[in-house]
Design a protein around this ligand. Sequence first.
Ligand code: NAD
Ligand code: GLY
Length: 344
Amino acid sequence: MKTIQIRASREYSVLIDSGLLSHLGDEAAKIRNPGKAAIISDSNVWPLYGRMAAASLEKAGFATEKFVFPAGENSKNGATYLSLLNFLAEKHITRSDFIIALGGGVVGDLAGFAAATYLRGIDYIQVPTTLLAAVDSSVGGKTAIDLPAGKNLAGCFYQPRLVLCDTDTLTTLPEEIFRDGCAEVIKYGILYDPQLFAHLEQTGLSFDREAVIARCVGLKRDAVEADEFDLGLRMKLNLGHTLGHSIEKISNFAISHGKAVAIGMALVTKAAKCPDTGRIADCITAFGLPITTDFSAADLLSAALSDKKRAGDSVNLIIPQAIGQCVIQSTPVTELLSFIEAGL
Ligand code: NAD
Ligand code: GLY
């Protein structure tokens, strides 16, 4: 098992191993005496792993409740959030209980936001079941829901008490969704780690999952510990995300987060005239991810202007200068259209 310690406003462990889900109850009981555990999951993940999670918690002495919502980004909204809060209240979940986020990034973001706000904050455990959630969204405490105006526009920073990543759960992921997570893995290579990038170029999809997840979580730990509240260095994790979020939004979320980020990374790399543009595009393509979009520069700009990474009259773009070396560049909104055009 790999264990990575995160020292942010709250200290917690990220555990990564195969077969960990059956130890969820024991790991939760190490944090506090068993009370209730409200398992939040989606309509795809619950039938696969809900019973195993509940059985493990119950064996350790927790009484479990479940809240299952329709899978997909379209559920990460105010309506699902409010019905989740009502559910927690109706089930008399208290501040001495746990929320368990069992699923991908949608479950983790939504359940985390509910945990942060219900009773002004109760403890939660992230149990990521997608590659994207394992390497990114389950770690670092960003929680959110989407608003009609854009992605993740309501949310807060709220660190979990534990992240338990059972790599066996990734075996049931449809390949397309696994590839989506690979976009975030490639992102870490472009941002920080030429060796990781070269490894991905060599192995393609068959990379060593436990080792690569642990490496990505370690890189994310460094970013979160340096800048938990996203005021500086952590912003780099948004490589490809400003245009990625625009693409998701214009497509009404028909284009997944991973694919949108892959396109966003390719566009921004090309627009910045990075000397590694070809290598980056080839690697993204080798993972079966897209590098182009048919959306116009004007539509991408308009969606980008409502992105939360906008700061007044400028947008912080993450610019790759080479593989493993990226900078944060404050770009005036007036220059954004020509920048996007250069990337298309
Ligand atoms: P997701 O949660 O929608 O999962 C993708 C699909 O896979 C869903 O249909 C889900 O039901 C299914 N699924 C999940 N686990 C499965 C498994 N083990 N077997 C079979 N099917 C499974 O999407 P995602 O890609 O995990 O996450 C995307 C979300 O994460 C977006 O909302 C994005 O904004 C958010 N995100 C948040 C952060 C953060 O730091 N909080 C970082 C990156 C992305
Ligand atoms: N996924 C971006 C971040 O956690 O900051």
